[in-house]
Design a protein around this ligand. Structure first.
Ligand SMILES: Cc1cc2nc3c(=O)[nH]c(=O)nc-3n(C[C@H](O)[C@H](O)[C@H](O)COP(=O)(O)OP(=O)(O)OC[C@H]3O[C@@H](n4cnc5c(N)ncnc54)[C@H](O)[C@@H]3O)c2cc1C
Length: 488
């Protein structure tokens, strides 16, 4: 089966009938009609439809090596520089469509599963069955254009319990039984963004320390359909609304986060990628260059988002008639500088790409890891620039209904700008408000801060990646020891 259409995406999600809870009630109807999911699902559907669009199909797909059907380009394991560029161009089409607001546009997880696949050989020595499972699962996702989310991070209570308690008592995610049909897992994952609006979840808890001489039940990786018995999704409150005038961003891009609970869930045996040995969990991440491959997708999203924020800042400056002022020029040029830096980092990751031991081309990790450290720092800074420029305009932003009500003429009269009608001016400020002062905007900032792990984790990833820093220390040692020992 080739790439799917938006309609197929919606049908598949609606048919899953998962065990999902929202505000204390189990959702029984189709998710695509529920206000908490409707807008996002329409956006995702439009992304899938782009793949079939005559203008884009050749840029967004390649020919399946198995079936000859068109399949998503983000599944393509890059073999050479041209592949990397094709992948980037494809990801750019999607990220410009959602302006960088979707952390789980399909190319993100497609890339994740592609990267794990490139290291499937590693699993041969662990268990050839798992290697085979991973290869087949990758092909299954590619051929069926499966929408995936991931669950890696566990709640605080699980982390507390996992590494100190006995296996029986621990509530950390673990394998409770292995049998002929597969493995039975229990535990909870704090966050699966778009957990409910995807078809499957990649479950991959962070490896636990090796306190187990034999089989470590906390070390496993698998992928499961969302509707297996024993799975429960609990949503946070929705930040979304359906009017694109009132809520220009959340009406389109509200990606629901879900707590995912596994209560004795039987994972079919052909869905197990790793089990019992934390060293393989760790190595699978590392040797698949997981963080590097997905960072190539993420930086493309970052670039689209900076462009959008820059456009918003400039539009606000024009509306406030402060385009010529010093602070505006400083901020605008700073954002432009950030944009140039991120483009340069992406380009350098491509031009300095290296082949892995299986012959796949991996973008250079240094520039991409740098982007994953920099973006969480600059995002809140840019948002602050926007909110300061927007000032009280972010607050007095009447709704669509106000404009059509009997008091509407007052709004048209008193809220207009120098060159803009009141409705357009308010629409612009509503956009700035959603980004800078709404629950949706707050979640976006938190998302960008923690997208790639906490700051400590991302710092260590960067430090461990740079294995050539010894030379700098040597340089300093040589420098100070070359001082003239005799005082003048
Ligand atoms: C909106 C949102 C969506 C998310 N979606 C997903 C998802 O789809 N799938 C998924 O698996 N995860 C998801 N996450 C989880 C995300 O990966 C984690 O938030 C991130 O890895 C940090 O983990 P944590 O939240 O447990 O915080 P912790 O790692 O527990 O950190 C808590 C605080 O302690 C600090 N800290 C931690 N360790 C140290 C240390 N050693 N030294 C000093 N300070 C330290 C951190 O900087 C932070 O301030 C999402 C998170 C957010 C906010």
């Amino acid at each position: 089966m080739p790439i799917k259409t938006g309609k197929q995406y919606i049908e598949r999600i609606d048919q899953q009938n998962i065990n999902i809870w929202y505000k204390g009630k189990r959702i029984s109807g189709p998710l695509s009609l529920h206000p908490a999911f409707k807008g996002l699902m329409q956006t995702q559907a439009a992304l899938y439809d782009m793949q079939w669009d005559k203008r884009f199909i050749n840029l967004m797909t390649y020919t399946s090596p198995d079936t000859g059907d068109p399949v998503g380009l983000s599944y393509l394991p890059p073999a050479n520089a041209a592949d990397l560029v094709k992948r980037r161009n494809m990801m750019e089409l999607w990220s410009k469509q959602h302006h960088g607001f979707l952390g789980r546009s399909p190319d993100y997880m497609n890339t994740a599963i592609m990267s794990l696949y490139t290291a499937a050989d590693l699993l041969e020595e662990h268990n050839p069955l798992y290697a085979d499972n991973l290869r087949k699962y990758y092909a299954y996702c590619r051929e069926n254009d499966i929408t995936l989310s991931h669950a890696f991070i566990q709640p605080y209570a699980s982390n507390l319990s996992g590494q100190i308690d006995s296996t029986e008592e621990s509530i950390a995610a673990k394998v409770v039984e292995m049998n002929d049909e597969g493995m039975i897992i229990s535990g909870a994952f704090l966050m699966a963004t778009q957990g409910a609006t995807c078809e499957e979840i990649l479950v991959f808890p962070s490896p636990s320390p090796a306190y187990f001489e034999d089989i470590n039940p906390f070390a496993f990786a698998c992928a499961v359909p969302n509707n297996l018995p024993g799975m429960t999704f609990i949503c946070r409150e929705s930040y979304g609304a359906l009017s694109s005038f009132d809520h220009p961003l959340s009406s389109r891009y509200e990606e629901m986060d879900t707590l995912v609970i596994f209560d004795h869930v039987l994972v079919p045996k052909d869905r197990i990628f790793c089990y019992g040995d934390e060293s393989y969990s760790r190595r699978l991440f590392k040797e698949s260059h997981f963080h590097t491959h997905i960072a190539h997708q993420i930086i493309t999203r970052y670039i689209a988002k900076i462009e959008f924020l820059l456009g918003l800042y400039q539009s606000l400056a024009k509306e406030q008639d402060v385009e010529e002022q010093t602070q505006t020029a400083l901020n605008t040029s700073k954002m432009m500088t950030y944009l140039e830096i991120f483009k340069a980092l992406r380009l350098s990751s491509e031009t300095e790409a290296v082949h892995d031991r299986s012959g796949y081309l991996v973008p250079a990790s240094g520039p991409l890891l740098a982007s994953s450290i920099l973006f969480p720092q600059i995002y809140p800074e840019i948002i602050e620039m926007i909110t300061i420029l927007g000032s009280s305009g972010l607050i007095m932003i009447p709704s669509q209904h106000d404009f059509t009500s009997d008091s509407g003429p007052y709004l048209h009269q008193f809220l207009r700008g120098e060159h803009s009608e009141a409705r357009n001016r308010v629409a612009l400020f509503r956009l700035a408000w959603e980004l800078g002062a709404s629950a949706f905007g707050g979640r976006q900032t938190q998302f960008e801060r923690f997208f790639f792990g906490n700051a400590h984790t991302t710092a260590l990833r960067m430090i461990n990646n740079c294995n050539n820093t010894e030379q700098f220390k040597t340089m300093i040692r040589d420098f100070i020891t070359s001082n003239d020992p005799s005082p003048h």
